[in-house]
Design a binder for this molecule. Sequence first.
Ligand code: SAH
Length: 247
Amino acid sequence: MKSTICIVGTGPGRLENMTLEAHQILQQCNVIVGYQVYVELLKPYFSGKEFVSTPMTREVERCRLCFDYALKGSKTALVCSGDAGVYGLASLMFELKLAEPAFADVELCVIAGVTAANSGASLLGAPLNHDYCVISLSDRLTPWETIEKRLVCAIQGDFAIALYNPSSHVRNGYLKKACAVMLGAGASPGRACGYVKNIGRENTAVSVCTLGELAEKQADMFTTVFIGNSQSFICGDRLITKRGYSI
Ligand code: SAH
């Protein structure tokens, strides 16, 4: 019988943010593999499972472990926060399956999750209600020149933007650099923006500001930043991007 690994997006944090399908799959499996922080969040909800975790930057090892467990006969789930196909490990799992003959017969199934752009958007109101794109500021796997080009093109195309990985200990100042790039590409300093910290976790915080102000804000690795398009507006503590209806 073929073994299957389910690659499960668990949403931003709280159990209520997980899809019913993701919850059912995790209940059915016996091994749950993931990044330490997310595995700790899941432990209280799924008793009796074997939990396996590796730290940040050990993603390839984490994925290989999933294949090892599956080939030994365990019903294995690889968990990623948000959606596993948005800066998650879904693609790496398919790459490994292709690269390693021993993994070729393992089936992979991907279970959708609510990504931070969407869960964060709901807390801000409706910042992504027209064409939008998602850009990660992490240059760990992508050259900064490429990130900069994507920021410029997104502004030139008047997309609303959700920025992931806006900052970390080693990438301090990247949000400020990104703001300068977007301003240089023609976005006005008054452009409506917002950011959400710790979506679906303790200490959730929602804020709005202009693009000019955003450069000085402190983002961390649990912050998702939203840049409105040229028509977006701030309404109290909400950030709204119009769909274009006449009222
Ligand atoms: N697969 C994840 C994204 C992983 S990249 C998803 O689909 O959501 C990690 C980045 O996602 C973080 O730096 C942050 O920008 C964003 N993020 C993930 N979870 C978050 C949360 N609970 N609150 C705020 N931002 C979050």
